[in-house]
Design a protein around this ligand. Structure first.
Ligand code: HEM
Ligand code: NAG
Length: 493
């Protein structure tokens, strides 16, 4: 009898056990959820929901994301945004930025996530590399940008005035368009949890990305092949020529893919950043007429002084009238010939205006880093391995805790000391060029090029914003203008 009772009970025993485990599991799960929930609610940043995190709010604000971050970062210096499979920590306090970009540099590489998003565009180029691969490229490239080379460059080129590239009937450039499209779409991947699915099925944004990359690659490879052919020809005729870093490193001409990556990384590094900065500069100068006027006075005084130093008489243009193109062009060319690496150094107000533009409109508005191991930022924020921490130059430039109560105003004077010399700021506070071991390699070169172009433009032309033209940024790795900048240009002699 005892056995009879016991027997049917036995098969149920494991099931009861399973129920027990399920119950325990549910209790633990809800405890975790409640715990995480309350942690999320305490967290500084946008409202976060289970599973989807802050995706909804982030998507809704995507077109104005930089300003959305300004709002949060002005309340809290560090903001955490939960995403479905990861979390993004945004930092704007120079102390945290120094920790990430310098003190604990090795813990914050570009990382696998960034790499997987950007690979299709940047490949193994310097922007997308970590560790040895990065170190090697950095070393090679830093020779190219040594200030001695810049000085030589500025002495040789002579700054031919080719303002024709600003002509209104400039042909649409399909390479540039495809390149921009690709940049926009890879940027979208950071907040689009479905991108891998889209790529798998070749649909939507990912299908367009594929097309754009194809166009970009075709163009780039054709340029590389053409250059290689020229070099082979030059070698045959005994002349030595070089073709970029990858080519030299392998002792030969380098394989096409590495060269393609180098070229595209430098197109982003050099072309997009300076171009967009020139647009924001022009916009700022137009909307702050007192700044534009002060700048013109500096440039006119500079012109007179340099002409005196060189012992040349300036080509007369005053009173020549708007249609005296020959005299005007001669004067512009003369002014250009007075610019050099060293003489540009005297244009302190121009330098301040460029820097002030970059403070408010940094060409790289936010810059994410991977997290190798769990760490605690100096302000106590915990960051977890596999997530991302992003320093936000756009927000940092607008924070009163970084720049004082007039942080939001465009005021180049803040960069000038009482004695008239340029006043530098810590690169961990003014982060437009990044800081630490990976600080922008082209900073001096960028200032040189931009100041050269702007000195000529601001000395000889006045710009007026076309009425009703909307000036907005668009979301991509670079802070470019969504609708370009439409201006009315007139001569100012
Ligand atoms: C207004 C102009 C420019 C700005 C605001 C700027 C800003 C930056 C920033 C923020 C980075 C770090 C990006 C990252 O985390 O990967 C960077 C890196 C870099 N920049 Fe610039 N840049 C400018 C112009 C240039 C120019 C003209 C060149 C040269 C053609 C250049 C070459 C580079 C290179 C090679 C790197 C990679 C450095 C490394 O990863 O070690 N940049 N730049
Ligand atoms: C840097 O990060 C590591 C984690 O990778 C951490 O253990 C260490 O304490 C950090 N170092 C500094 C100087 O904060």
């Amino acid at each position: 009898m005892v056995e009879a009772h016991a027997t049917p009970a036995t098969p149920f025993f494991p099931l009861t056990g399973l129920h027990k485990y399920i119950a325990i599991f549910l209790v633990v799960l809800s405890w975790i959820l409640v715990h995480k929930w309350s942690r999320l609610r305490k967290q500084k940043g946008p409202r976060s929901w289970p599973v989807v995190g802050a995706t909804m709010e982030q998507l809704r604000n995507y077109h104005r994301m930089h300003d959305w971050l300004v709002e949060y970062l002005s309340k809290h210096r560090t903001v955490t945004v939960d995403m479905p499979f990861t979390s993004y920590t945004y930092i704007a306090d120079p102390v945290n930025v120094e920790h990430v970009l310098k003190t604990n540099f090795t813990n914050y590489p570009k990382g696998d996530v960034y790499r997987s998003y950007m690979d299709v565009l940047l490949g193994d180029g310097i922007f997308n590399a970590d560790g040895e691969l990065w170190r090697k490229q950095r070393k090679t490239a830093s020779f190219e940008f040594a200030s001695k080379n810049l000085r030589d460059f500025s002495a040789i080129v002579g700054f031919g005035v080719e303002i024709g590239t600003l002509s209104p009937d400039l042909p649409e450039n399909s390479f540039a368009q495809a390149f921009d499209a690709a940049n926009i779409i890879v940027t979208l991947r950071f907040i689009d949890p479905l991108w891998r699915l889209k790529r798998f099925f070749h649909v939507g944004s990912e299908a367009l990305l594929e097309q754009s990359i194809k166009l970009v690659d075709e163009f780039t490879y054709s340029v590389i092949r053409r250059r290689k052919a020229e070099i082979v020809e030059a070698r045959a005729s005994g002349k030595q020529e070089k073709l970029g870093e990858a080519g030299e490193e392998s002792g030969g001409l380098g394989d096409d893919k590495s060269l393609r990556d180098v070229v595209l990384n430098f197109v982003i590094a050099g072309r997009d950043t300076t171009a967009t900065t020139l647009s924001w500069f022009t916009y700022m100068a137009m909307t702050h007429p007192d700044v534009g006027e002060k700048l013109r006075r500096e440039l006119c005084a500079f012109e007179a002084e340099r002409a005196r130093e060189e012992g040349v008489a300036l080509v007369p243009v005053a009173g020549a009238g708007d249609d005296d193109d020959v005299a005007f062009a001669a004067r512009v060319a003369q002014f250009a010939s007075l610019l050099s690496y060293d003489s540009l150094g005297k244009l302190v107000y121009l330098h301040a205006c460029v820097t002030e533009t970059l403070r408010l409109y940094p060409a790289v508005p936010q810059d994410p880093k991977g997290i190798l191991e769990d760490d605690v930022l100096p302000d106590g924020t915990k960051v977890r391995a596999g997530g991302m921490v992003t320093y936000v130059p756009y927000s940092m430039g607008r924070m009163e805790y970084n720049w004082g109560p007039d942080a939001a105003s465009f005021r180049p004077e803040r960069w000038i000391n009482d004695d008239g010399a340029f006043r530098n700021a810590s690169p961990f506070k003014f982060t437009a060029f990044q800081a630490g071991p990976r600080i922008c390699l082209g900073k001096d070169s960028a200032y040189l090029q931009m100041k050269m172009a702007l000195a000529i433009l601001c000395r000889f032309y006045r710009f007026q914003l076309l009425e009703g033209h909307p000036v907005q940024y668009r979301m991509m790795t670079i802070l470019s203008m969504a609708h370009g900048l439409k201006v009315r240009v007139s001569r100012a002699v």
